[in-house]
Design a binder for this molecule. Structure first.
Ligand SMILES: Cc1ncc(COP(=O)(O)O)c(C=O)c1O
Length: 352
């Protein structure tokens, strides 16, 4: 793929303290960008990180026709940057594109762009274990016209931000029984901005009540668990790991897929099925709820210490008993750091 390069003359690299990188605060020096018109992606270029121009009337701004992805490039101990199963992000991005009536990005172009920006920003990849260069592929609709129909032109870009290990203290979640994030047939399966804007209010209400995030339940019965914040959910009951089955309203997390694959490989009973809040509350009462955790790119694993549902509040066992989530965390971090052999061939080296 022919990419035109314009290098920055003012690298921000010297301003970064790699021992203290607040998540998402610093963006790197360059970004990949390309445009779509007349049915074709063109003008592949890497340019200094900069504002993009959008007409005030563009369909991204007026109708929210925009999608994104979140993934990490990490530095292996062989000095070669690695992407972890980028095919899953590319596939999800193109599913989001389809749902929002946007053009697909051919997987070979997408992967070449990911590699090109990672190679260009190699000095921006933090080297400490668990750190990574966060990559944010994004597509926005650029056509200026008020017609409520899909845009005919788009811009795709990937920018990068160095990220430290994102350790979260165990989190407290509260079920939401009025507001809805997504319903089957809606856009919940797409990674599109409106889903996030639409979830802010419930998140803020949860914070006011002293909780970190909400657990979304499926309307109209508010019994079936969907997901939480920017995480998919897992529950360990006895010897079984439960995670909600995709219903058309849940984002298909890449970390969720890694976890399901690892659990199956280790012959741990993992059930991907409808999971109900009442059975989780009941399991805790009976003493069989061993662990609950969220999965996502930022933290990999977020342990859950408390769940509030209606007038009931349950506390979960301490994190040191959390064998399954600790194992999953170590598998993914160890793989990224090159400490665990990649016999599954999940890592894609960025060396060409
Ligand atoms: C709504 C939502 N659910 C789940 C996830 C977890 O997905 P992943 O594991 O790909 O980061 C995310 C994060 O991107 C998210 O935004």
């Amino acid at each position: 793929m022919d990419i035109q390069f314009t290098h920055t003359e003012n690298s921000k690299l010297k301003e970064i303290d790699f021992n203290n990188i607040p998540f998402g605060k610093h963006t790197s020096d360059h970004m990949f960008i390309m445009d779509y018109a007349n049915g074709q992606w063109r003008d592949f270029r890497i340019v200094p990180y900069q504002n993009i121009q959008l007409d005030p009337q563009s369909k991204a701004l007026q109708y929210g026709q925009c999608i994104f992805e979140g993934m990490k490039a990490s530095m292996g101990n062989d000095g070669i940057p690695k992407l972890l199963r980028p095919d899953l992000n590319i596939e999800r991005f193109n599913l989001s594109a389809k749902r929002m009536c946007m053009p697909a990005v051919p997987p070979d172009i997408f992967l070449s762009a990911l590699k090109a920006i990672t190679r260009t920003e190699i000095k921006w990849i933090p080297k400490t274990e668990g750190s990574a260069l966060y990559l944010r592929p994004t597509m926005v609709a650029t056509e200026s016209s008020l017609g409520v129909v899909p845009s005919s032109t788009y811009t795709f870009y990937i920018y990068a931000a160095p990220a430290q290990p994102y350790f979260t203290k165990p989190i407290k979640l509260i079920t939401e029984q009025t507001l809805i994030r997504a319903v089957p047939g809606g856009t919940g399966e797409a990674k599109t901005g409106g889903n996030y804007a639409g979830s802010f209010m419930a998140g803020q209400l949860a914070k006011h009540k002293g909780y970190d995030q909400v657990i979304w339940l499926e309307s109209p019965h508010f019994k079936k668990i969907q997901e939480a914040g920017m995480m998919n959910l897992f529950f360990v009951i006895g010897d079984t790991v439960l995670t909600p089955k995709l219903s058309g309203a849940i984002l298909k997390g890449t970390t969720r897929t890694y976890f399901i694959d690892i659990l199956k490989e280790k012959n741990i009973d993992v059930q991907v099925r409808d999971v109900y809040i009442d059975e989780i509350m009941e399991a805790q009462k009976e003493g069989t709820l061993i662990e609950a955790f969220g999965s996502g790119t930022a933290a990999v694993v977020s342990q859950i210490s408390e769940i509030a549902h209606g007038d009931k509040i349950i506390s979960l066992p301490q994190a040191d008993k959390a064998q399954i989530s600790t194992m999953l965390y170590q598998e993914i971090n160890g793989l990224r750091a090159g400490l665990i052999e990649d016999y599954r061939n999940w890592l894609v080296p960025v060396n060409n």
